[in-house]
Design a protein around this ligand. Structure first.
Ligand code: BLA
Length: 510
């Protein structure tokens, strides 16, 4: 590839992280076909466990190497495994000629049964994962509000894993994210409130973390272990999307090193089919997270996700109901009106409120009216040029002043603009949101989130995570999906009432 002067987030997004072709060295992988247990893939380190080189194991039956009782445990798990779902804990078994006590994780993907094997630590805690998760859930369930809930969640995960630092990290609408709760060792500086750019967790990683809820890097200094052979039966690279042991992106390992992190774990928080955030954990020293602890963390993460999703749904429903009342009221008053324009002008204050905005104006039949909250200098040609540039959709919105304001336009203090078409290309309802000057504390300068390396062909994460302050001007609060849906419904109500009022006139014209 051509050397590139300016690295971009596209470069991060292009890395096929699920095709790393290798696992981390704290475990072993054997992939088989049932019912005869023929080995199709094995990690190159398998000789440490089975005393047979991976290349020799391929094509053999695993039944010749592993005890029948262990195979039965695996077969049992397979019988209720959902294809392409994350690994399930199958249990423990004594494996290999020395009978090493191991944890077994099993999942089915790409027509194979994947068995991930991790040696049990000598001093594993005896508590069953379900019991541990139950206790954790009971402690967070008693939280008073969302803030308290996230704080307790961070504390519980820290107690469970013993990591130095556990954070609840929430994605924003622009895919950057913020630490909204934190439990940490006393001698660590707080990261609470810091913002991280979207490129720190590129889109393919976020997509993968929706399907695969938990990942652990017990030692960021690890040397990857290749999986043999490097391709599947169709000759395609191995898809390790769901493997718990998947070797991660080297760019991310570098990121952890730059942050001073030696071990990392993260748990997905999923709400409404969207990756809402992560419970992100760091440790300054390498630190294993045994399968039993991971299982408890996974269960706990699912509970956190469900609570977050329930709260979001409640809020959405609450806003929806309020907006629906306004639409009904406006619709019923317009339905009795003779003059659409006059009637709609009377409703501007109500419409402004239901769209959570700070000013509303109407451009209808070539006439301008507003709610008294927009500057007199506001110039309709500027607004019309903006909707024109966007191709006159029925609905247009921006939270950035630079998208629509011109220097000549004296509209100081306004930044957000939402336009709803009123049935003809010329007629529009506009609502405005005030500029919100925001002080952002970034974890390192975001412009340096991507750094070109010496040869210019590869990009690297930033080296410094020292707090970098930025004051953001010219933006309003963002228009959410809920705002968009509310505006769409309002558009339909207004268009319908308008059509009804216009219809008799058109009939007479015919
Ligand atoms: C993955 N980046 C991740 C992950 C986290 C972060 C949590 C998931 C893996 C894990 O659990 O360690 C980022 N970690 C954070 C953030 C905080 C944290 C924001 O603790 C804040 C508190 N990263 C870069 C650049 C690129 C990049 C420039 O900085 C791309 C070129 C990529 N990050 C990147 C990739 C992954 C990743 C590719 C996926 C790793 C994998 O699963 O293979």
């Amino acid at each position: 590839p051509q050397p590139r002067a300016v690295p971009g987030i596209e470069d991060c997004a292009r890395e096929p992280i699920h095709l790393s072709g290798a696992i981390q060295p704290h475990g072993f992988l054997i992939s088989v076909v049932l019912p005869d247990w023929t080995v199709r893939q094995a990690s190159a380190n398998i000789d440490e466990l089975l005393e047979v080189p991976a290349a020799e194991l391929l094509g053999e039956s695993l039944a010749d190497y592993i005890n029948q009782d262990v195979l039965e445990v695996v077969a049992d798990t397979v019988s209720f495994a959902e294809p392409d779902a994350p690994p399930q804990r199958a249990g423990v078994g004594n494996i290999g000629p020395f009978g090493v006590l191991c944890d077994l994780g099993v999942h089915v993907a790409d027509g194979l049964v994947h068995i991930e094997i991790e040696q049990q630590p000598f001093h594993q805690r005896g508590n069953a994962p379900t019991g541990v998760a139950q206790a954790m859930i009971a402690r967070v369930a008693a939280a008073e509000d969302a803030g308290d809930f996230h704080q307790r969640a961070a504390e519980q995960v820290r107690l469970l894993t013993g990591y130095d630092r556990v954070m609840v990290y929430r994605f924003r609408h622009d895919d950057a994210g913020e630490v909204i709760a934190e439990a940490r060792a006393d001698d660590l500086e707080p990261y609470l409130g810091l913002r991280y750019p979207a490129s720190d967790i590129p889109p393919q990683a976020r997509a993968l973390y929706l399907r695969n809820r938990l990942r652990v890097i017990p030692d960021a200094g690890y040397v990857p272990v290749p999986v043999l052979p490097g391709v599947n039966a169709q000759g395609a690279p191995l898809d390790l999307s769901q493997h718990a042991l998947r070797s991660v992106s080297p760019v991310h390992v570098e990121y952890l090193r730059n942050m001073g992190v030696a071990a990392s774990m993260s748990i997905s928080i999923i709400s409404g089919g969207r990756l809402w955030g992560l419970i992100a954990c760091h440790h300054r020293e390498p630190r294993p997270v045994p399968p039993g602890v991971r299982a408890a963390a996974d269960l706990f993460g699912m509970f956190v996700s469900m609570r977050v999703a329930a709260r979001e749904q409640e809020e959405t429903m609450h806003r929806y109901e309020r907006a629906q009342q306004v639409r009904d009221a406006v619709g019923s008053r317009l339905s009795q009106a003779r003059d659409f324009r006059a009637a709609l002008t009377d409703e501007l204050a109500l419409l402004r409120e239901t769209l959570d905005s700070d000013g509303a104006a109407l451009w209808l039949g070539g006439e301008w009216s507003h709610d008294g909250r927009v500057p007199a200098s506001l110039d309709i040609t500027v607004l019309m040029e903006w909707v024109e540039r966007l191709g006159r959709p029925v609905l247009a919105m921006t939270d950035k002043a630079t998208d629509w304001r011109t220097d000549a336009l004296q509209a100081e203090g306004l930044a957000g603009l939402l336009a709803i078409n009123l049935g003809t290309p010329e007629d529009w309802l506009f609502v405005f949101r005030r500029e919100q000057v925001e002080d952002v504390r970034w974890a390192g300068e975001p412009a340096k989130a991507l750094v070109a390396t010496d040869d210019g062909t590869r990009i690297a994460p930033r080296k410094s995570f020292a707090e970098w302050k930025q004051t953001v001007h010219g933006c309003s609060s963002d228009w959410t999906d809920g705002d968009r849906r509310g505006a769409e419904r309002l558009h339909r109500v207004l268009r319908e009432q308008r059509r009804r009022l216009l219809a008799p006139a058109e009939d007479r014209g015919n």
